[in-house]
Design a protein around this ligand. Structure first.
Ligand SMILES: NC(=O)c1ccc[n+]([C@@H]2O[C@H](COP(=O)([O-])OP(=O)(O)OC[C@H]3O[C@@H](n4cnc5c(N)ncnc54)[C@H](OP(=O)(O)O)[C@@H]3O)[C@@H](O)[C@H]2O)c1
Length: 298
């Protein structure tokens, strides 16, 4: 198939491109800058420069493709997420670029859109399981960009087209966010939100990349994509071991956690999310778990 990937130079995009190319697909990687081209081409795709906020530019880029995969994001790392306007770029990508991508893909005659989304929109559900049918907790204005992005993908799935929306778990691996957490853990500083008994659902960035390939075979709909959920106490141990810190990763004190902005507060939600629907639909399985040492170096 001919597949265009937006965000192709990013953590998720590069993994998606690599998995698609390895499976024999002809992949176009979209970047806004000249220096993005060798990154995309290094993963085996054809690189194209385009403005992801311009539907007309994108329409030209997407023409002749069967599928568009949107992995765009700009999530701030570590304490940088607390800075004023830290999320402005990420918000704009989900609010404006994702809508432009869905519109352009429809106009260009693309049949399928695969849209990255997030499990962090589910409400805290303690130790109870969460499936795709669970209502989202997105009333706060902070979630507007992600909601708009979902709507754009759902609207795309008309007139015989299909849209697959992947609600990814918390990414971990050799990415800037995890690298920061490992460094802080080695330095003995707090990195974790929530309580040790809370759940989180992780997905290694390599498995997330493979999920975009698997999603080519999925019917329209929302799918959770993560590994077996673990407690945050377990994740604190896994992070500590992977960091070779000689201790578990530390939690922020309750008083600090109580004053977080909405974007960060989602990381306190206990999310025991099932990915069975995606596994049954596509055969995808996670291949890398957080307790197998070395996951931050692959
Ligand atoms: N579910 C999750 O937990 C989750 C999801 C996503 C990311 N993350 C984490 O967040 C951290 C950062 O990852 P990221 O995906 O946000 O960033 P990233 O890996 O740097 O990727 C950003 C991608 O979006 C494009 N982009 C960024 N800002 C743009 C803008 N203003 N205009 C146009 N294109 C833009 C870039 O393309 P160009 O080539 O054009 O620069 C790049 O391909 C990582 O640690 C990652 O693991 C976590």
């Amino acid at each position: 198939m001919r597949i265009a990937v937006t965000g192709a130079t990013g953590v998720l995009g590069q993994q998606a491109v690599e998995a698609l190319v390895a499976a024999g697909h002809e992949v176009t990687g979209v970047t806004r800058r000249e220096r993005g081209l060798p990154i995309v081409e290094g993963r085996g795709a054809h690189g194209v420069i385009a403005d992801v906020f311009s539907a007309s530019d994108l329409e030209r880029t997407f023409r002749g493709h069967d599928v568009v995969i949107n992995t765009l994001a700009k999530i701030p790392t570590g304490m940088g997420a607390l800075r004023p306007f830290a999320w402005r770029e990420d918000d704009r990508l989900h609010l404006e670029a994702s809508a432009a991508i869905a519109t352009a893909a429809a106009r260009a005659g693309v049949g399928k859109l695969i849209q990255e989304s997030s499990m962090f929109m589910y409400p805290d559900n303690g130790s109870k399981w969460i499936s795709e049918d669970h209502p989202l907790a997105v009333k706060n204005q902070a979630f507007k960009p992600r909601v708009r992005e979902m709507r754009a993908a759902v609207d795309f799935a008309e007139n015989g087209r299909s849209a697959v929306i992947l609600r990814l778990g918390q990414l971990y691996g050799r990415d800037p966010g995890t690298t920061y957490a490992l460094r802080k853990t080695r330095e003995g500083e707090a990195v974790l939100l929530g309580k040790p008994s809370d759940y989180l659902t992780l997905v290694h960035h390599i498995d997330a990349g493979r999920a975009f390939l698997a999603a080519l075979g999925a019917r329209s709909g929302f799918y959770n994509v993560g590994g077996e959920p673990i407690t945050r106490a377990r994740w604190a141990k896994d992070l500590g071991r992977e960091a070779r810190a000689g201790m578990d990763a530390k939690f922020f004190p309750a008083a600090t956690q109580a004053v977080l902005p909405a974007k960060m507060d989602v990381q306190r939600r206990s999310l025991r999310v099932s990915s069975i629907r995606f596994m049954r639909e596509t055969g995808w399985r996670p291949t890398i778990g957080p307790s197998s040492l070395g996951w931050s170096r692959i």
